[in-house]
Ligand binder design. Sequence first.
Ligand code: PLP
Length: 394
Amino acid sequence: DVQLSNRVNSIKPSPTLAVTNRAAELRAAGQNIIGLGAGEPDFDTPAHIKQAAIDAINSGFTKYTAVDGTPALKKAIIAKFERDNGLKYEANQILVSCGGKQSFFNLSLALINPGDEVIIPAPYWVSYPDMVLVSDGKPVIVTTTQEQRFKISPQQLEAAITPRTRLVVLNSPSNPTGVAYTLEELAALGEVLRRHPDVLIATDDMYEHILFGDKPFCNILNACPDLYERTIVLNGVSKAYSMTGWRIGYAAGPAKLIGAMKKVQSQSTSNPTSISQVASQAALEGDQECVKEMVKAFKERHDYVVSALNEIEGVECIPADGTFYAFPSFQKVIDARPEFADDIALAEYLLTEAGVALVPGSAFGAPGNLRLSFATSMDVLKDAIGRIAKALNS
Ligand code: PLP
């Protein structure tokens, strides 16, 4: 029997990928399953982006690149930060990685010593706590409620900070809740962070472009430009341009930290795929109309899903500000029906009885909720919510 490391034993496989796999298994066994578990847009990657990659292959751009990304892509990223976020960076402050996931992994390994604490507001993206654990750090989970629209308050943040705190993670708009912090809310959190100069901030802006309202996107640096020296901005092309399979994410921050993250990457994957880098450059520099079209579709689906879920007895779903997720509470259903011990049992029931795959809220540190991804067609969504309603009424 192989003895595995304590490190690997401290983490679990990604639960969102597990749901997707389980749905695929049932489907292979002949069941009619609607998968609303996956965290990826259903659209094809826009044609001009694919063409740039095809041209890159044909012109022989198929070798190693600089570990931290091609100068041309880094230039496009610097221009993007200036254009979209009003942020200025030099090339040595940018690291291109194999997806946003690797960006955070690099950060975690470059920053954390054993026992260092990382504040993660819940509900959180499933991977943050595990990546902190793999780095021998201690995730400090701060629970938020639906009543506070799943946003951490300045008081909660203050109370969670200790002398061991190294990093606070903010993700807005959020996976899984879809809620976004306002500029004022971020300013209030920044007020707390100013009192703790040793704490770094990671702002995960992966869903920046998938916003439904009229207000422009903002992150903590827009609210508190003075935190620039201790903030790492994480972003990528996966969600905005429907490029999840291309595996390109990027980080921007203090040159010393970015350099350390680059060193980690140089001993793991080296550069991200050369071809994907060319495609990502085309995405960032090209016409942004494709993003608007996808966001329009997500908004229509969001409006339908939220109102349809709220019509099911015992289900409460707050409207999201962005992303392609709804995060309804099924707590009243769970409380009323003893056969559902928790959200995991309920998700299992909906998978086997309704044939709808949703991710249990527990995976995101929020038991009682389920995450529904509406990155699929209206017809499929109507079918899925009809099935959920029917299964719960039976
Ligand atoms: N950050 C958040 C909040 C996410 O939801 C995801 C993907 O699900 C990522 C980062 C990582 O994206 P990727 O590694 O696919 O670029």
